[in-house]
Design a protein around this ligand. Structure first.
Ligand code: ZN
Ligand code: ZN
Length: 154
């Protein structure tokens, strides 16, 4: 794997870990751990840039910008592949009160304060964990079958 891709995947991994912190956390402070890992990525970028500046006889500032841009492009590619389709096709909805909303997947009432997501296309609302599981298997709305919009469709 080339160095730029390696840095990008390390950054993607760190971002992913930070956003799932609740699931993996020990007693560590996530922001501190994240900072340490991002600093490591910074060092790696500088290393690549220094090497490139030497090889091509250019100044470090230019090659550093170049490397940064390349890493960001790779990072964007990685993130667009890993983004969950349920995020791309739904909006977060807050259940205000128990007004008889029933989740169309588990058929349970949705309680006030529960995390829910509404489909962008049809507006149907489900528990977030229910729609996340559903979308893994079928890319459409469980109630009306309209397609969930994903960023892989174009
Ligand atoms: Zn549900
Ligand atoms: Zn629907």
């Amino acid at each position: 794997m080339d160095r730029v891709k390696q840095i990008a995947s390390l950054e993607a991994e760190t971002l992913n870990r930070l956003s799932n912190w609740g699931r993996y956390s020990t007693s560590d402070d996530p922001t501190r751990t994240g900072r340490v890992e991002f600093m490591r990525c910074d060092d790696m970028r500088t290393e690549v840039a220094m090497w490139r500046a030497r090889e091509t006889n250019r100044d470090l500032e230019t090659t550093l910008m170049e490397v940064q841009l390349e890493v960001n492009i790779e990072l964007a590619k990685l993130l667009s592949e890993t983004i969950h389709p349920a995020f791309a096709g739904t909006n977060g909805v807050e259940i205000e009160e128990e007004d008889g909303h029933v989740c169309g997947i588990c058929l349970q009432y949705m309680e006030k304060g529960e995390e829910a997501r509404g489909m962008r296309v049809c507006g149907h609302v489900f528990h977030d964990y229910c729609i996340f599981e559903w979308v893994k298997r079928k890319p459409n709305c469980p109630l009306c079958r309209c397609p969930i919009h994903t960023n892989t469709e174009h």
